[in-house]
Design a protein. Sequence first.
Length: 82
Amino acid sequence: MSAETTQDRLIRVLNDSMPHAMDPKTVTPATALNSFGVDSLVLIDLIFDLEQEFGVKLSAEDLMNMRTVGDLTAFMDAREGK
């Protein structure tokens, strides 16, 4: 069994937290976050879930500046454990 990657973890959190679940096999780094239904109404819940999963502080502004799964993956990789 291979270790779960940052992107795998993000997709799991997004699918659990957001209104529109996506097949993880179809999600790429270029997949738009709004494909999951990310909008201002669910933003706070998503931030809480991401902070719990990754132990990373994340502001609404940080998240709103990210457009794709790849953007969010890079952010989490850079900050996780700091």
